[in-house]
Design a protein around this ligand. Structure first.
Ligand SMILES: *[C@@H]1O[C@H](CO)[C@@H](O)[C@H](O)[C@H]1NC(C)=O
Ligand SMILES: *[C@@H]1O[C@H](CO)[C@@H](O)[C@H](O)[C@H]1NC(C)=O
Ligand SMILES: *[C@@H]1O[C@H](CO)[C@@H](O)[C@H](O)[C@H]1NC(C)=O
Ligand SMILES: *[C@@H]1O[C@H](CO)[C@@H](O)[C@H](O)[C@H]1NC(C)=O
Ligand SMILES: *[C@@H]1O[C@H](CO)[C@@H](O)[C@H](O)[C@H]1NC(C)=O
Ligand SMILES: *[C@@H]1O[C@H](CO)[C@@H](O)[C@H](O)[C@H]1NC(C)=O
Ligand SMILES: *[C@@H]1O[C@H](CO)[C@@H](O)[C@H](O)[C@H]1NC(C)=O
Ligand SMILES: *[C@@H]1O[C@H](CO)[C@@H](O)[C@H](O)[C@H]1NC(C)=O
Ligand SMILES: *[C@@H]1O[C@H](CO)[C@@H](O)[C@H](O)[C@H]1NC(C)=O
Ligand SMILES: *[C@@H]1O[C@H](CO)[C@@H](O)[C@H](O)[C@H]1NC(C)=O
Ligand SMILES: *[C@@H]1O[C@H](CO)[C@@H](O)[C@H](O)[C@H]1NC(C)=O
Ligand SMILES: *[C@@H]1O[C@H](CO)[C@@H](O)[C@H](O)[C@H]1NC(C)=O
Length: 803
């Protein structure tokens, strides 16, 4: 018994010694891990969700701290996961003390500064994720020492510099996932033939500034399933012999680089041929490169699993090969913005799973195949900006899933088939800029599904705007401009309750503007210009709290427009060419002239201006040929004249004395085109090729006026009319005063009435009457409508210039 007692105690003792020694050792190690973590915590300056609260509490065991996982066996921290907690601060290099760490995930925080090189000492690490932070500067070389690493994600930071070579070489054995995308990394992809990333399945380097070719060594990564090099500046030929070694590829993204095709950018065949063994390929994106050549028929032999092809925005030419229809699982095909031509092959419509087809901005001709009606899943068809002609096929009616139909900018003719009204899910219908005629079928106008926009502008449509349009109660924009729509605007448009943009300009619409339109609660912009609408502008427009842009110009609207509410920021530009409108909008003629007041101003200004007029012979000019252009110009001028006087002068080009001397060849006598008592007129050409006439004022003779020269020029600048010449600018020094006008190439009326060289074109009666009428309009403007009343005191044929 004694023996057994002894041995029992002994046994206990032994166990206790062992336990204490081991426990102390473990605690010591645990204390190290704890110190590392606390040091890490001290680098965190903001913890909005209090996830580190447990770390601060003395009575919670380290292994129960948020984000920590320990290995019970070895009693060490093996996992630190604090992802997506909006932690702010820096990553402490002390993390390197967690020498058994296998998983470090700090992604989705607001961590700043550098990635500490010491993370490269965590040799047991197999997952490292620091993505979606604000980390900067270089990726440390040391990360390449992590031999056990399988998963590396540093994406969506602001890392810069080159990718360190060891990243691709030393962790080669185990790495399966590498994501360095969405940073600012530059330089080449650092790989040479000693590097074997043989287990790599995912390589994501998109959105960096990488240059150079895709390294041949990448072909050693024969297990790659996902290769995304999009949005870099990579160049060279498409990496055919690299991808041909990647039979497991599922996703290949090479868009938005500078790749070209083989054989001097003429041959796409080798690349597509290199993909034929990648039978799992699902998405192929090559958009936005410089790829030339034709689409090779072998495109039909690549993966039957292919669901998306993006080849848009390249330089691909020629026809679409019919073999493409072998790709029966395609849902999205984007060939937009290339130089493709020929007809759209009806075989395309055999791709029964097609959902989105983009062929816009090419040179396709011929008709739209009616077989599109068989593509039952078709949701988006964009054939815009081609040379398609013929009719819009009836068969779209078979496509209940069609949401967006974009056929604009083609040569389509015929009428809009009422059957289009059966596309009950249509959100966008854009048939603008074609040659479509007829009326809008009520079934189409009644497409209440349209929730984005209806654009039928620039066609040959006519007839009334259908009442059924009022059913489009979700549509944001309607554009029916530049057609021949007539009759009145239906007030029911006021039921298109979501409408933000309405353009009915350039039609033949008549009658009043319905007040209901002004009540549309979201209306931001309306353009009804160039119609024959009449009556007053309903007050609802002024009362609108959403209207920002408005164009009522060139109608027959009448009445009183005050610059209140939605109109307070408008100018005459929104109301041009409605001669019966008056009111307080900037630049608009006021409704009642305050005679007495203006009369005094007229007399005063006339007194001031008279001498200059007599010297300068303020010329009138006839511009009947360029009315529209001039009208536009006038409106700009009106804007100018309405702004504060102080800044105005800067708006006129500054022309120096020196420039005038250059322009007129030193006021040489060969350039003299007229002379009078107070000065001479020279023609000249400015550096920008503008022909000008410079009226040089004889400062001696006109001595008494020089003091007020500048002020009077200001007044002249503000009088603008189609039939009164505009002053480009003035040049004034004490000894030199000049006015600069545009040169009127046809000379003065005097020259035409009394031709001196015999050969001048004689004006006929009609022209003379028209000149008289235009002179009268110009004078009437000066007398009644210019910002300041001006009296012309030297009206004679030599002061009437013809353009
Ligand atoms: C930990 O506690 C100290 C002292 O109470 C405090 O200053 C610090 O902000 C706390 N840290 C965290 C991350 O909660
Ligand atoms: C962690 O907390 C759990 C209960 O929440 C407790 O059972 C366990 O003993 C704690 N572990 C350590 C090592 O303290
Ligand atoms: C790219 O990174 C920025 C921050 O650097 C982030 O805002 C953006 O969402 C990221 N883009 C993607 C597609 O993840
Ligand atoms: C990214 O870093 C560059 C310097 O490398 C800096 O100029 C830029 O502002 C940073 N961008 C962001 C979003 O922090
Ligand atoms: C990294 O790889 C390079 C080239 O294979 C080799 O020379 C270097 O010794 C390796 N470094 C480490 C730390 O493994
Ligand atoms: C595709 O695989 C076949 C058979 O394995 C092989 O003969 C052919 O060379 C491969 N094609 C390419 C482009 O690698
Ligand atoms: C492509 O597929 C067609 C059949 O669809 C076949 O006849 C042809 O040989 C294939 N071409 C290649 C290069 O595999
Ligand atoms: C298709 O290509 C056009 C032109 O490059 C582009 O604007 C459009 O976003 C692309 N659509 C899709 C879904 O890729
Ligand atoms: C579509 O993909 C499936 C799955 O890989 C395949 O079985 C089927 O044959 C493909 N369909 C076509 C028309 O190629
Ligand atoms: C149309 O394609 C040309 C190149 O073919 C491109 O330069 C242009 O930007 C494209 N236009 C649009 C509107 O996408
Ligand atoms: C397509 O364009 C090529 C030049 O790129 C031209 O030779 C060919 O005649 C065009 N084909 C059609 C149908 O317009
Ligand atoms: C124009 O309308 C305003 C406000 O409605 C009014 O005060 C003013 O008298 C009107 N003027 C004329 C000439 O009708």
């Amino acid at each position: 018994m004694g023996y057994s007692k002894f041995s029992k105690y002994n046994f206990f003792f032994l166990i206790m010694v062992f336990y204490v020694v081991l426990g102390q050792k473990n605690d010591q190690i645990m204390l190290n891990d704890r110190a590392s973590l606390l040091s890490f915590m001290s680098g965190i300056v903001s913890d909005p969700y209090h996830v580190l609260e447990s770390w601060n509490s003395s009575n919670i065991h380290l292994c129960n701290w948020t984000g920590i996982v320990c290995d019970k066996q070895i009693n060490r921290v093996v996992e630190l996961d604090l992802s997506h907690h909006s932690l702010r601060g820096t990553i402490s290099s002390s993390l390197s003390g967690l020498s058994f760490l296998q998983i470090l995930d700090l992604s989705g925080n607001l961590l700043q500064g550098k990635i500490p090189a010491e993370i490269g000492y965590l040799l047991k690490l197999n997952q490292l994720s620091l993505s979606s932070n604000l980390l900067e500067e270089n990726i440390p070389n040391e990360l390449g020492f992590l031999h056990e690493l399988k998963y590396l994600d540093l994406g969506s930071n602001n890392l810069s510099g080159e990718i360190p070579l060891p990243m691709f070489c030393n962790c080669s054995a185990s790495l399966q996932y590498m994501d360095l995308s969405n940073n600012s990394l530059s330089g080449k992809i650092p790989m040479d033939n000693y590097c074997v990333l043989s287990r790599l399945k995912f390589l994501l380097l998109w959105s960096n500034q990488l240059v150079g070719e895709v390294p041949q060594a990448l072909s050693n990564s024969s297990k790659l399933e996902w290769l995304d090099l999009e949005s870099n500046s990579l160049s060279g030929e498409l990496p055919s012999n690299i991808v041909s070694k990647m039979p497991k590829l599922q996703f290949l993204y090479l868009s938005y680089n500078n790749f070209v095709s083989q054989s001097d950018n003429t041959d796409l065949m080798p690349f597509f041929a290199s993909l034929v063994n990648s039978s799992n390929l699902q998405e192929l994106e090559l958009a936005g490169n410089n790829l030339g050549g034709e689409l090779p028929p072998i495109i039909g032999n690549i993966s039957k699993n292919l669901a998306q092809i993006h080849l848009d925005d390249n330089l691909i030419y020629g026809p679409i090969p019919t073999q493409i229809s072998n790709l029966g699982n395609i849902t999205l095909l984007n060939l937009s913005s290339n130089h493709l031509n020929g007809t759209i092959p009806p075989e395309l419509c055999k791709m029964g799973k097609l959902e989105r087809l983009y062929l816009s901005n090419n040179s396709f001709s011929g008709v739209i195949p009616s077989a599109f009606g068989n593509v039952s899943h078709l949701g988006l068809l964009d054939l815009s900006k081609n040379k398609l002609s013929g009719l819009i096929p009836d068969s779209f009616a078979n496509l209940p899933q069609l949401r967006r139909l974009l056929l604009h900018d083609n040569y389509l003719s015929g009428t809009i088939a009422p059957s289009l009204g059966e596309c009950v899910n249509l959100e966008i219908l854009d048939l603008s800029n074609n040659r479509i005629s007829g009326t809008i079928p009520s079934a189409v106008a009644g497409l209440s599904s349209l929730k984005l926009y209806l654009n039928l502008s620039s066609n040959h449509l006519h007839g009334p705007i259908p009442l059924e349009l009022s059913k489009m109660d979700m549509v944001l924009a309607i554009d029916l401009s530049s057609n021949n729509f007539s009759a009145t605007i239906p007030s029911q448009i006021g039921s298109c309750i979501a409408l933000e943009y309405l353009n009915l300009s350039r039609n033949a619409l008549e009658g009043p503007l319905p007040s209901s339109i002004g009540q549309l609660p979201y209306l931001k912009a309306i353009d009804i210009s160039f119609n024959v609408l009449s009556g007053q502008i309903p007050e609802t427009f002024q009362a609108s709290s959403t209207l920002q842009k408005l164009n009522f110009s060139y109608n027959h609207l009448s009445g009183n427009v005050t610059d209140i509410g939605a109109f307070s920021s408008l100018t005459i530009n929104s109301f041009l060419g409605n001669f019966k409108l008056c009111g307080s909008v900037q630049g608009m003629k006021s409704c009642h002239e305050k005679r007495g007041y203006h009369f005094i101003i007229t007399i005063l200004l006339s007194l001031l201006i008279t001498p200059i007029f007599c010297v300068v012979g303020y010329p009138l000019v006839l511009r009947s040929k360029f009315r529209i252009q001039v009208a536009g110009f006038n409106s700009k001028v009106i804007e100018d004249t309405e702004q504060g006087g102080g800044r105005k002068e800067q708006k006129y080009p500054r022309i120096s004395h020196m420039q005038l001397i250059e322009a007129t060849g030193g006021f040489s006598s060969s350039g003299l085109i007229g002379a009078g008592r107070y000065g001479r007129v020279y023609k000249g050409v400015l550096k920008n090729n503008m022909s000008i006439a410079v009226k040089l004022i004889d400062t001696q003779a006109a001595g008494e006026i020089s003091g007020s020269f500048k002020r009077e020029c200001q007044i002249l600048k503000r009088t603008r009319h189609r039939n009164s010449i505009r002053i480009i600018t003035t040049c004034s020094r004490t000894d030199f005063k000049a006015l600069v006008f545009p040169l009127m190439p046809n000379g003065s009326l005097e020259n035409h009435l009394y031709p001196s060289h015999g050969l001048r074109h004689q004006l006929d009666m009609a022209q003379l009457v028209s000149i008289c009428s235009d002179v009268a309009k110009g004078v009437a403007y000066l007398h009644h409508y210019s910002p300041v009343k001006v009296m012309h005191c030297d009206l004679k044929p030599s002061n009437i210039l013809l353009d």
